[in-house]
Design a protein around this ligand. Structure first.
Ligand code: LUZ
Ligand code: MOS
Length: 743
């Protein structure tokens, strides 16, 4: 199965939001946002802006007919600020003008009067002031306090990870068109069409059925459009409702970077207890999540941090407490991994710290603690089909780790001004939305009279290749050629009440629903033709080929008035979670893998290059291998970027300093590892994975964590006095300072 989008992507024919044809009389919107991180908004003077050329209207909180509220999990976020502002970039108004340039010009003429107050930027400070968005959450297994008493070694430390800008190539945007009878049609670049529909209905004060949301594809989402595509779509809809004209709103890059939330920075404290066989006996951590000024998805992200706090390891005594800290930054949000990577960094930092103190490679401790079948996660789920150890062992054999480590050692013996570092990174990621009630999806299939097929699901294509996977599922299940199948746009009138395309679960959930719908259609056709079976578009009877072909089967079925449409619903069986006990079985299954990473650090300049990443990944039975490998390559490089070069910087006033591509550096082809080798584990996938092909969207990002520890190992080869600090990203500046610290 080849990617159905690739030819159009490389020839520039794929349609993104900004490419959609717009109607006559379309107005263009631009957003007025707060230049102050925290303060009292005492007046908004629109006089000059309203008189500017081309301006038709300016809408503020006062123009909202429904509720001025866009909070998803907690109703704590206004669409437009009213009397207070809580972060730089918080929307206050939108200007509608005949052209985009006129709208942007008028934005500058809006006069805001804001009495600034001291903002809080740091999550630990927020916690100290009692600024928590939800009560702290604690996951626990065994009894850490008595277990620490028995530990031969105990180490404590601190681990910090920075934010990360999503940098989807397509910025946030929407286009809203008023239809008849109060119906609005919104095209949105969103991962969550239903979230846009629900929120627009609430803000506009109309029922959901009056709002249709349509998504063709996204130029990248990475979590940044799970919740935060919504406000822009709602603003466009609000203006379209008011002015009875189509409205387009597309953020420019710097607006997008300034106004939207990012990956949550975390600051954590850890304590790890180890016995003489390198077993982790006890592990405790406190996680301070920098949530920003409103809840957004932070409580759910916080939860996933705890779910992944022990990564691929079995730790019999665990206690993790996580704090959702309110600060005056844009509300931070979903980002590939959704809090998991932040949690996994802390346990890896604790292991690295212990390894340094004990004078052994971290891999000794990692390997001694890898999960086995029937081990219990701190949240009560029992590990099954536990492939972590298998990926570790296969990586060892397939890539000859002993030889790789020897190469690093001998390189370091021969080179004074550059050093290599090596690290292994096992991963373990739970598949399912951690909110059990979100794990469901639907599909709608039409077989047209001529044998062509139209498929709609709730899945949003954002470059991850889900449409190709959906075509593959339909083609294989119906046993017809993929060219007969068209993937329709994602539309709330065809598939309703969807969960966002997120949590790595989109292909599983929507694919299972689609498979069910196709199976039902196939069964109906088989019955209609009394026991035929369709294989590769040809009917077989009692195992013998007949002359009856797909087109004829469909044409006859149509004439016989057989229903050629089907809708199906799927919800993941056997998952549950009780947040009062913090126990349950929240994940359908886990994805495992092990990466080997080598880096060469230039000890004069502090720069580095990744020599290779060689990994064994737990695909299950990959049914779209090119797409899955693409997801691994992309996730890996995005993870390395987060760990080593992408640095989100806010100053003490809460202003984003890394606010453009000149000050925020993401990996390019030159900073990607020189060699990436990916070996499938080659074991059967879970039955709950679509076609036993395991979810692949988020897990590979976490291989990137190994890049951080590889760099630290190289630094230590140059500077044995370096006192390891677990603060990511490990930028060249930080590397350089570390190389010469105490030296
Ligand atoms: N979104 C969400 C997610 O709402 N719940 C999740 O558990 C999740 N996990 C990963 C990414 N997005
Ligand atoms: Mo996501 S972080 O799966 O939107």
């Amino acid at each position: 199965m080849r990617s159905i989008d690739a030819p159009n992507h490389v020839t520039g024919q794929s349609l993104y939001l900004d490419d959609l044809p717009i109607s006559e009389r379309t107005l263009h919107a631009a957003v007025v946002d707060s230049p102050v991180a925290r303060g009292k908004l005492t007046s908004v003077d629109l006089k000059a802006a309203k008189g500017a050329p081309g301006v038709i209207a300016i809408l503020t909180a006062g123009d909202i007919p429904g509720q001025n509220q866009i909070g998803g999990i907690i109703a704590d976020e206004p669409l437009f600020a009213e009397s207070e502002v809580h972060f730089c970039g918080q929307p206050i108004a939108i200007v509608l003008a005949e052209t985009e340039a006129e709208a942007r010009h008028a934005v500058k003429l809006v006069e805001l009067d804001i009495k600034p107050e001291q903002p809080v930027i740091d999550p630990r400070e927020a916690r100290a002031r009692g600024e928590l968005i939800i009560a702290p959450r604690t996951f626990a297994l065994g009894d850490t306090s008595s277990a620490f008493d028995t530990c031969k070694y105990i180490f404590e430390g601190r681990a910090d990870t920075g934010g990360q800008e999503h940098l989807y190539i397509e910025t946030q945007g929407a286009y809203a068109v008023p239809m008849e009878n109060g119906h609005l049609r919104i095209s949105s670049s969103t991962q969550g069409p239903t979230a846009v529909q629900r929120t627009a209905a609430k803000v506009l004060g109309i029922p959901m059925h009056l709002i249709e949301v349509d998504v063709t594809r996204l130029g990248g989402g990475f979590g940044g459009k799970e919740d935060q595509a919504t406000p822009w779509a709602v603003m466009a809809a609000l203006a379209a409702q008011h002015l009875k004209r189509p409205v387009k709103l597309v953020l420019h890059r710097m607006d997008d970077m300034r106004m939207t939330g990012k990956r949550h920075p975390y600051s954590s404290d850890f304590k790890i207890g180890i016995d003489e066989d390198f077993r982790i006996v006890a592990f405790e951590a406190e996680y301070y999540q920098n949530a920003g000024a409103a809840a957004d998805l932070s409580p759910a992200v916080l939860e996933r941090t705890l779910f992944h706090a022990t990564n691929s390891y079995y730790i019999p005594n665990f206690k993790g407490t996580a704090y959702c800290c309110r600060t005056n930054l844009p509300p931070n949000t979903a980002f590939r991994g959704f809090g998991g990577p932040q949690g996994m960094f802390v346990i890896e930092a604790a292991i690295a710290k212990a390894a340094i103190e004990l004078g052994v490679p971290a891999s000794k401790i990692q390997e001694a603690n890898l999960l086995r079948d029937n081990d219990e996660f701190p949240f009560g789920q029992i590990s099954r089909q536990t492939n972590g150890r298998r990926t570790w062992k296969l990586a060892e054999q397939r890539y000859d780790t002993a030889q790789l480590e020897l190469e690093v050692e001998s390189y370091n013996g021969e080179n004074a001004a550059s050093k290599k570092g090596f690290a292994r990174m096992p991963i373990c990621f739970g598949i399912s939305f951690t909110k059990t009630q979100m794990n469901h999806a639907r599909a709608l299939v039409h077989i047209y009279q001529d044998g062509s097929v139209g498929v709609s699901t709730g899945a949003v294509e954002m470059g991850q290749g889900v449409n190709t996977k959906m075509v593959a599922v339909a083609a294989e299940t119906l046993s017809i050629h993929p060219d007969r199948i068209k993937l329709e746009t994602t539309n709330t009138t065809r598939v309703a009440n969807t969960s966002p395309s997120a949590a790595s679960a989109t292909a599983d959930l929507n694919g299972k629903a689609l498979e069910k719908a196709c199976l039902a259609l196939k069964k109906r056709l088989h019955n209609e033709f009394k026991g035929i079976e369709i294989v590769n578009e040809i009917a077989y009877r009692n195992g013998r080929k007949t002359k009856l072909k797909w087109e004829e089967i469909i044409d006859t079925a149509f004439i016989n008035r057989v229903c050629l449409s089907e809708t199906a619903h799927y919800s993941t069986p056997a998952i549950n979670f009780d947040p009062r006990e913090e126990k349950g079985h929240p994940f359908a299954y886990h994805v495992f893998g092990t990466a080997l990473i080598s880096v060469t650090v230039d000890c004069i300049r502090g720069t580095y290059e990744f020599d290779y990443v060689k990994l064994v990944h737990d695909f299950g039975n990959s049914f779209c291998e090119q797409i899955d490998i693409g997801q691994i390559e992309g996730g890996l490089v995005q993870g390395l970027g987060w760990m080593t070069m992408e640095e989100v910087v806010y100053d003490e006033l809460g202003q984003l300093r890394s606010n453009a591509l000149s000050t925020y550096k993401i990996p390019d082809i030159y900073s990607a590892p020189k060699i990436v080798e990916i070996e499938p584990l080659g074991r059967e996938g879970s039955k709950l994975a679509i076609k036993k092909s395991k979810a692949v969207g988020e897990p590979p990002l976490m291989y990137g964590l190994g890049g951080f520890f590889a760099i630290q190992n190289a630094i230590r080869a140059f500077n044995p006095n370096y006192d390891a600090k677990f603060k990511a990203p490990m930028t060249p500046e930080r590397v350089l300072l570390s190389l010469y610290e105490n030296r």
